[in-house]
Each structure stands twice: as structure tokens, then as C-alpha cells.
Design a protein around this ligand. Structure first.
Ligand code: ADP
Length: 488
């Protein structure tokens, strides 16, 4: 609003004087004429009235224009941004009321302006905090909008892919990176599904994926194919649709771990291969020696030689297991399957344990199936290894006097083989780790037995290449049942 123009007040006063005084003066003159008063007296009286009227008019004009002026000044100040200004009118009439209302409005405006400034500061601080947090996160964080175009690309994402944030933001995620599971490329539609509901949580979670960056080399303009191994977790937020957030991807770089693991694996493979040759000759000479010289040896010497033989066999088993692990880890565990009569094969393996069960005073039973079992397509050697591992564990981890039973169940699409024992059982917390590499249950049994923690890991891998499943149900102190299925 503009400040009052110069002369406006004067114009108002003059107008008021004219309208108020002219009729009065004329009336007075007429009255004087009528009552025949002398001319001088009439003139003085007229002048007196004129002055009185002028003063009165001035007084009233001032009473009206002052508050208007104050209001105009106040609104000018407030309009100019000075929200501290307060209008002071003490006329006791509507102008004063108007002034107060005006002040209340100014007060409220001031409060809300202060609040918005505070809110703006909070938002700005939060934004800065998020930016700092995002850039200091070791994992790559990439957010995409509902069209899968990148909106957030933190420092780790830049290091992982080679793209700068400026290069990446606004681009479709599929034009920046490719993600592979083994050799299969995963589409961004799969790992970053766009949901239009209010679902909040993880929508994709996979480990051991390969990431290929599509960043081009500036010199040759050829794809650089920067590769990394990642664990990928993709999440959705409830406000996704309204805030145009398609999904948030967290990429944990496991390249170094993979490289280290590959190095370890190479070392283990090499060591196992190197051990195998001398071990084979030790085994060979030992068996010849045991056969040919046993008659000339004392009982004690024979006992020593038998111990050497057992230890050599254990060492041979360990070397074989390490080589199997290396094959599994490199994805090179192959199977040569052929249709096999399942019942006789299982029975043979069970029978091969009858001596060790007897020695340990364990009752070992194979429960004959009541119905004929169809043939299964398996690799005889490998599947025998699984049966051997499970049976040997059942006998090892069952106390003398216990029972070990083996039985076969035929389902429409698979054959399930169970190996049950009345042994020590496995604690609940150990169950999820049971089929992992080098895992052994801590406790008395572990100390008493000479296992390596590889048998179940290898068995699981063998069953998986046969497209079957392996599982366990166990109760501490009561026993365990290990089961595996083979598809028909
Ligand atoms: P190893 O027997 O050579 O230690 P495994 O991978 O075969 O390795 O078994 C891993 C661990 O699982 C064992 O050390 C043992 O603690 C536990 N386990 C396996 N089978 C049984 C069983 N039948 N009863 C109790 N514990 C078992």
C-alpha cells in the first residue's frame, strides 16, 4: 500500500470546512437581518461563527485523518517486511478496533513467518545430514524414480560404477549398470519392481551378484565393463508413489572378499593336490607292508601300523573333501547320472557300516520299503558319498546302545531317504549353520570326534546338483533325522 500522498489531508480538511460552514454562515446572516441587528455586530458575529466552525471542522477532520494515516503507515511498514511494527490508535472508536485487529494479524503473520523459517532450517539441516550420511555410507546407494531414472547416486555408487553423480542422475538405471546372477542377466524390472501401493520394505534381496558398469572409456568410447561382485538389497518406501521414489537400491561390494576367497580356494586346491601324491604312495606302501610283513610283526607293532593306516585314510578323506569343496566353490561339481535301483544301493551302504556300528554297540537297521521303489537318476559315486557322510555322522554322534535307522519314502515326484538316530541331537541355534562350510557343533561331541565340518556341506552340494533337497529335524538329547529327496 502506498504512503499518503502530500496534500490529501489538506484537501479533506478544506472540503469539510466548506460543507460545514457555508450553510451555517448564510443562515446566521439571514437571522441577523431578520432581527435588525447592526451591520458591525452582525459581521463580528459572522466572523466568530466562521472561526468557530473552522476550528471545529479542523478538529473533526484531524480525528478522522489521523487514524487513516496511521493505518496506511502501518500497512506500508508491514508490506515492506517490518513485522515488528504495531499500529497505535487510541481513538476509542472503530479505528482503534481496526488498528488492534491489524496488529493481531501482523503478530500472527510474524509468528507463522518465524515458524516457516524454523521449518525451513530444520528441513535444510535434515537434507544436509542425509547428504552427509549418504556420502559417508560405505555401500553404494542408488535411488530411482517411478520411471526407474536415477535420482540419488552416492559417493560409493560413483566409485563402484565409475559414473559421476551428474552423469548418472536422470538416466535410466539399466543404461548405467547390468546385474547378473551367475550368467543370467537380471532385468531392472525384476530387481527394481515399481509398486504403486503403499508397501514398505525389501522387494529384492540377493547375494553374490555380478555388477557390470556400462561406463565408457573416453579414449575409445568402448564400454569399460568395470566388474564387481555385490550383495543387492532393494527397498520400497510407503510414500514412494507420491514422492516419485520407485525404489532404493543398496549395493554391498563383496569383490575383495570374493578375490580373497578365490585366493584361499586356490591355495587349498593346490595344497590338497600336492598332498594327494605322497599320500597315495604312503597308502600303497602301507597296505603292501601290512599284507606281507604282518606275520613278522609283534602285536604292538601291528597296532601302531593299523593306527598309521587309519590316520592315512582320514588324511586321504580330508584331502578328497578339500578337493570337493574347491570344485563346489568353483561351480565345477559335475555329476554323471544314470538310472539306478535305489533300494539296493542304500542297503549296500548301510551294510558297509555294520562292523563299525557293532563295535560301538549301536543297533543299525535298514527298514525295507513296503512298496517297490522306482529307479532314480543319480551319480552313483557322489550319491554314495552323501549316504556315507550321513550314516557315518549318525554312528559317530550316537552313544553306545543307541539306534540308527534308515528308511525310504516314495512320493509322487520324488524319493525321500531318511537317516535317523537316537544320538545327542543338535541344538536349535546350530541348525541354520549345519550345512555350511567347516561348521561343527561346539561341545563334547565335537571334541571327541575328528570331523572337519565339511561332510554336510559337500552332501548338500551333491544333492543340489541332483536337483534334490536336504534337511534335518533334530532335538537336543533325543536324536536327529537327516533326510534328502531326489526327483523322480
Ligand atoms: P564332521 O562330521 O566332519 O564334523 P559334518 O559336516 O558331517 O562334519 O557335520 C557337521 C557337524 O554337524 C558335526 O561336527 C556335528 O557337530 C553335527 N552333526 C552332524 N550329524 C549329526 C548327527 N547325526 N547328530 C548330531 N550331530 C550331528
Amino acid at each position: 500500500m502506498e504512503l499518503p500522498k502530500p496534500g490529501l489531508k489538506q484537501k479533506l480538511i478544506l472540503l469539510f470546512i466548506l460543507t460545514a460552514t457555508v450553510p451555517l454562515t448564510v443562515n446566521n446572516l439571514i437571522l441577523l437581518n431578520v432581527q435588525d441587528i447592526s451591520w458591525t455586530f452582525a459581521l463580528i458575529l459572522t466572523l466568530f461563527f466562521l472561526v468557530a466552525e473552522a476550528l471545529l471542522s479542523l478538529f473533526f477532520a484531524h480525528k478522522v485523518t489521523k487514524p487513516v494515516e496511521e493505518l496506511e503507515t502501518g500497512s506500508g511498514y508491514i508490506n515492506g517486511g517490518n513485522l515488528n511494527y504495531r499500529i497505535r490508535i487510541q481513538s476509542g472508536d472503530e479505528f482503534e478496533h481496526l488498528g488492534e485487529t491489524f496488529n493481531v494479524l501482523a503478530q500472527k503473520l510474524q509468528e507463522s513467518t518465524q515458524k516457516s523459517a524454523l521449518d525451513r532450517d530444520i528441513i535444510l539441516t535434515e537434507k544436509n545430514k542425509s547428504a552427509v550420511t549418504l556420502s559417508s555410507i560405505a555401500d553404494a546407494v542408488i535411488a530411482v524414480d517411478l520411471s526407474r531414472n536415477v535420482t540419488v547416486f552416492n559417493k560409493a555408487a560413483q566409485q563402484l560404477t565409475g559414473f559421476t553423480a551428474q552423469e548418472a542422475i536422470g538416466k535410466p538405471i539399466g543404461s548405467l549398470i547390468k546385474i547378473f546372477e551367475n550368467t543370467d542377466e537380471l532385468s531392472s524390472l525384476l530387481y527394481c519392481p515399481i509398486k504403486t501401493d503403499t508397501f514398505e520394505g525389501i522387494v529384492f534381496n540377493k547375494q553374490d551378484l555380478k555388477l557390470v558398469s556400462l561406463k565408457k572409456q573416453p579414449q575409445h568410447l568402448q564400454p569399460n565393463h568395470k566388474e564387481a561382485f555385490i550383495n543387492l538389497v532393494v527397498s520400497h518406501i510407503t510414500e514412494g508413489t507420491i514422492s516419485n521414489v520407485g525404489c532404493v537400491m543398496t549395493l554391498h561390494d563383496i569383490t575383495k572378499e570374493k578375490q580373497l576367497e578365490a585366493m584361499k580356494l586356490d591355495f587349498v586346491t593346490m595344497a590338497a593336490h600336492e598332498l594327494r601324491t605322497p599320500l597315495t604312495s604312503i597308502k600303497g606302501y602301507l597296505s603292501v607292508f601290512l599284507q606281507e610283513s604282518s606275520k613278522n610283526l609283534s602285536e604292538e607293532q601291528m597296532m601302531f601300523l593299523n593306527r598309521i593306516d587309519i590316520s592315512t585314510q582320514q588324511l586321504g578323506g580330508l584331502v578328497d573333501n578339500l578337493l570337493s569343496v574347491s570344485r563346489i566353490e568353483k561351480g565345477m561339481l559335475s555329476v554323471a547320472t544314470q538310472p539306478i535301483d535305489w533300494t539296493p544301493l542304500v542297503k549296500d551302504v548301510v551294510n558297509s557300516f555294520s562292523n563299525s556300528a557293532k563295535e560301538k554297540k549301536i543297533q543299525l537297521t535298514f527298514i525295507e520299503p513296503t512298496q517297490p521303489v522306482p529307479k532314480v537318476s543319480v551319480d552313483r559315486l557322489r550319491i554314495t558319498e552323501v549316504l556315507f557322510n550321513l550314516l557315518s555322522n549318525a554312528i559317530t554322534y550316537t552313544h553306545p546302545g543307541g539306534i540308527v535307522k534308515v528308511w525310504i519314502e516314495t512320493a509322487p515326484t520324488e524319493i525321500i531317504t531318511h537317516i535317523g538316530d537316537t544320538g545327542e541331537g543338535i541344538p536349535k541355534e546350530a541348525l541354520p549353520h549345519l550345512f555350511t562350510k567347516f561348521f561343527r557343533v561346539a561341545g563334547n561331541l565335537e571334541q571327541g570326534s575328528k570331523g572337519t565340518g565339511l561332510g554336510l556341506y559337500i552332501s548338500k552340494a551333491i544333492i543340489q546338483v541332483h536337483k534334490g533337497k536336504i534337511w534335518v529335524s533334530s532335538e537336543l538329547g533325543k536324536g536327529s533325522v537327516f533326510s534328502f529327496s531326489l526327483p523322480l
